[in-house]
Design a protein around this ligand. Sequence first.
Ligand SMILES: NC(=O)C1=CN([C@@H]2O[C@H](COP(=O)(O)OP(=O)(O)OC[C@H]3O[C@@H](n4cnc5c(N)ncnc54)[C@H](OP(=O)(O)O)[C@@H]3O)[C@@H](O)[C@H]2O)C=CC1
Ligand SMILES: CC(C)CCC[C@@H](C)[C@H]1CC=C2C3=C(CC[C@@]21C)[C@@]1(C)CC[C@H](O)C(C)(C)[C@@H]1CC3
Length: 420
Amino acid sequence: MMDRYKIPRTKELEFGGPLGAMILIFLMPATVFYLLLTCRTEQASVLNFPPPLPPLSTLWSPHTFLLLLAWVGLQAALYMLPMGKVTEGIVLRDKSRLQYRINAFHAMGVTALVVGAGLAAGLRLSYIYDHFLQLAFSALLLAFGLSFLLYFKSLFAPETTLAPGGNSGNPIYDFFMGHELNPRIGSFDLKYFCELRPGLLGWALVNMAMLVKETELRGSPSLAMLLVNAFQLLYVVDALWNEEAILTTMDIVHDGFGFMLTFGDLAWVPFIYSLQAYFLVNHPQKLSLPMAAGILLLNGLGYCIFRSANSQKNTFRRNPNDPRVTGLKTIPTATGRRLLVSGWWGFVRHPNYLGDLIMALAWSLPCGLTHVLPYFYVFYFTVLLIHREARDEHQCLRKYGLAWQEYCQRVPYRIFPYLY
Ligand SMILES: NC(=O)C1=CN([C@@H]2O[C@H](COP(=O)(O)OP(=O)(O)OC[C@H]3O[C@@H](n4cnc5c(N)ncnc54)[C@H](OP(=O)(O)O)[C@@H]3O)[C@@H](O)[C@H]2O)C=CC1
Ligand SMILES: CC(C)CCC[C@@H](C)[C@H]1CC=C2C3=C(CC[C@@]21C)[C@@]1(C)CC[C@H](O)C(C)(C)[C@@H]1CC3
């Protein structure tokens, strides 16, 4: 009986299989340090030879490591507090459904109070800027440590709880992709916790620290820094407010919790997504008011597309008879679910990615046009979303077959209308 629910071996390997996974395990941390070190140089040029990595003895600091643990510990404690509602995730292969506490937005409120109280008591937020490399190194160690523990734990997990995308049988590949789908300690869901809280809130805190540092150095925050902080804070607040929506994302439904997501959540997001603010501390940019207004509009446009596309799909998936979506055209599929073919989802096949990419550009533009480095996020994110789109198409074709082919015919562009 249970055999029916066993997760089959992963046959189609992504990221170039075990070799690609091995390369990424080294490349992701190397990219973080390369970008942070280059960003600290006066020229901040990607054309220059990479600055040398400081000796390990200066990167490792027990104090910053403890601070990082305290931050993750605070977020874990807030996650466990009985505030907010409890909801169910999607139906799993063995027909069970896991329960999730929805309280990330509350956690953000309490975190703001804790940080505010700390500031009032004399806490120097610019400590984060001053110890940025040490903090990134601590996050790297934490991500490696957690990934090893997760892989070890997954070896004892029942076969029905493995991740469809991380069950190849190759230890390196499964370590990278994540062998277990929803690793939990009791009711504490490690992947769900890491996906939104320590990293996303950490990103917002890092940005704020950069703003404080800039103010300490130059007397007041620049318009460019204020825009970057405001745009990215909006994105973080939006993610926490719509916490329930991540329960249907590929990361929660398909991908295991391995090095890719552990490092992505705990190190890549807070230290790479904050690169624009880090750059602005030492490379001040003059931004005219009309330019700032243009960037503001661009971010507003991106956000509107991103939010309304995601909300349209989430509303439709939760209740296809909701009056907000009943006017939209759909295609029936053999699974009983329908596909939206008008509204945002009739414009391109991934309108939410389009909005996200427009915002990515708006986050980099305040850094001016003289440097490539602050545009790293735009390049990386374009590659990530094109790759993600291909993975999703593949899964949708398997799920919906002919109906998906009809959808692709009726909505020919994937992300960029008339381009791609
Ligand atoms: N900032 C960052 O680093 C990142 C941000 N993101 C953002 O996260 C958000 C979620 O992205 P992601 O999880 O990749 O995918 P999506 O939210 O786009 O979900 C894809 C799923 O939506 C459903 N779907 C696709 N087309 C239709 C349709 N026409 N009608 C109804 N349902 C449809 C399918 O699932 P089903 O039919 O089973 O419901 C498909 O698998 C996006 O806004 C993205 O930009 C993502 C990655 C990184
Ligand atoms: C560089 C590696 C090869 C890949 C690392 C990927 C991760 C950094 C991202 C994978 C999916 C993510 C999501 C978000 C952040 C980045 C990672 C973890 C997300 C939490 C950002 C906020 C959004 O509103 C969201 C929809 C909640 C995102 C979900 C996916």
